[in-house]
Design a protein around this ligand. Sequence first.
Ligand code: PGD
Length: 769
Amino acid sequence: MNAETGSEADFRPHSSHWGVFTAAMRDGELLVRPHPGDPDPNAILQNFPAALRHRARIAQPMVRRGWLEAGPGPDPRRGRDEFVPMAWDAVLDLLGAEVARIRDRHGPGAVFGGSYGWASAGRFHHAQSQIHRFLNCAFGGYVASVNSYSSGAASVIVPHVLGNYEALTKHNVTWDQLAQHTEVVLAFGGMALKNAMVAGGGISEHVERPAMKAAHDRGCDFILLGPLRSDLPEEAGAEWIANIPGTDTALMLALVHTLVAEGLQDQDFLDRYTTGWAVFERYLMGREDGQPKDAGWAAPITGVPADTIRALARRLHGKRVLVTVAHALQRAEHGEQPVWMAAVLAAALGQIGLPGGGYGYALGAIGYYGRRANAVPGPTLSQGRNRHGDYIPVARIADMLLNPGMTYRYNGQTRTYPDIRMVYWAGGNPFHHHQDLNRLRQAFARVDTLVVHELAWTATARHADIVLPATMTLEREDIGFSSHDPLMVAMHRITEPFGEARDDYDIFAGLSRRLGVEEAFTEGRSSREWLRHLYARTEQALRELGHPAPDFDAFWEAGTLALPQAPDDGGPWRAFREDPEANPLPTPSGRIEIFSETIAGFGEADCPGHPAWLPPQDVPRAGTPLHLVANQPATRLHSQLDFGEHSIASKRRGREVACLHPADAAARGIAEGDVIRLFNERGACLAAAHLTTGIRPGVVQLATGAWYDPEDPAEDKPLCVHGNPNVLTRDVGTSGLAQGCTGQLTVVEVERFTGNLPPIRAFDPPMTV
Ligand code: PGD
């Protein structure tokens, strides 16, 4: 027994998207220890202790005063109104009646239940599954969302040109292969450890840093192409080519042009495994527009000298090269292009399908890529059937709410936005994840009713009409499982729920009772009975494999279960290389489509039939001369637990830190630690300046995830005093093909903030009556 840290026996297993851990309560304090088998544990775990009982937690159900007094309907006061506390029975009666009203008067096409968000790791209390299951039971369906903010462009274009998205990202080149075989890693946008630290469902082994170190120690060269040096860890020993943000497609074109001009492309590979090379080559060599896409052409676009591009191309020839592209590159205008063009580059190098070679799209973008798959399935709660069937591409939410009846293009279709009356959210934070937050506020002002389940007073909760306090993961039992992590975790309850918080499941069960669909929603099971039920699938699969298959009680008692994994066999890409006729890709031609008849047939000007350089509209100009990179944060997952100790410790003067080059700072009279204002025509926010030469001049970086904190919410474009970059980003789709999120990049100006520093109230609960 150790008086400082609590007895070993007190520590119980639990899991989060950012790591498996054990935790114990001692004298009212939460103690958290990373999983002992994790070679590189994630410090984000240390956000839990201070967050558990923080004032930002929601203690009881709340109803917005204006909604209570005036009834459902559009209301611009959302986000600045007071709240009225309410008892659970009363609030569930009220909400049950409102759900019934919408259902009976408007039907499922008036409910937006997309409810995008990462929520927590447990597979039963998975907020998305819970809410979708409830809406399917209560309404028979709802307006859904498809794709993700992470990979909106890639997940739509890849099936047309490369085949299965899961196979490309999850069953391809692994970290083990990279450590053993790769000679050159060409990492567009890098492979920042902060991203791979996270895996949906939980992760017990953070292997990326050791793998990159092993590869580097063996002599593998890492080349980082992108504006931020920190996008590869020191262990990779990377060379840094700091191209202008958003210009990677031009850089890749010039690399391929050099290969072709010097006869270095692998023509045999292109002939055997791809289709459409001849069409693309005409574009590449400028045979139609008179402009070869050569290194001299790319130099002013990319900011990389032509000689550097040419030398790099020559260096790749004949080597085991792995081309990687960070998700970030496709979270921008024309984000489909770098995803597609990188495949062409990898094909021209002829390494696709070889161990450690080819195209590792998004390797390092998330913790479950580049690993072996589990050989058995994990627990999954059925969401039921959505009989309504309508959906939007996820990042078009504000467009939809503001423009009912308007048509838009998506994946070859012309679709129509529905007329939404009720928005129901559980487990996501659109005031974190969406772009142009001032526009999002207008969109949310338009609906009849906004319902949010949250564990803390995020800006999304503040904008809701009905706020239902959800438990935090530590306050309930669950099962942690990710398809590519070998450990299944019995997530024990560590402590009692905060205030009157309830599990999402119990909230939906209570509502289902009021709507007469309780049996359909609960199937008569308690939460513990559901865990037992969901576990049975894995147990049976283990037994069928002849693997030890503990029953649920034994699993629960042991706390973790090591799962068998599939071999590291290169997946469908290896098989395709070995025999493309027997193992074609699931594309129309069965090959890598360098020209796609399907995409050309869609007729989108912003996504033609082969990869191309399409100059972006959102570029530095007078008034907004700097690029802003709004990337993933290092000290929290998205906006989760921004009020936790580790996240707070990374802020300065309570504000998010923005990085800029000393030359840009000097030109504006900005010194290290100054509070700065970042602004453009969409909005403005404050941040604390950090000067670094690890960023390309002309670029500012401000991570996402600082909670939106408007100085005066009554204004149309209030100053966010805390540093949420999504007040600055643009709410436009990547193209008419995918309509993905473009939040990664925009343009801004920056100045030293000289006014009185406004207080930060992001974590204070709203006013209650
Ligand atoms: P989170 O902060 O994870 O962000 O957007 P997402 O909405 O997923 O939000 C999850 C919320 O769920 C938190 O508020 C948390 O408190 C709550 N929560 C956790 N557990 C539970 C639970 O059990 N029940 C309930 N009811 N709530 C729970 C992430 C999205 O942001 C993503 S994935 C990406 S990749 C995008 N990235 C960018 C970007 O690169 N640049 C910009 N500008 N914007 C982005 N936005 C996107």
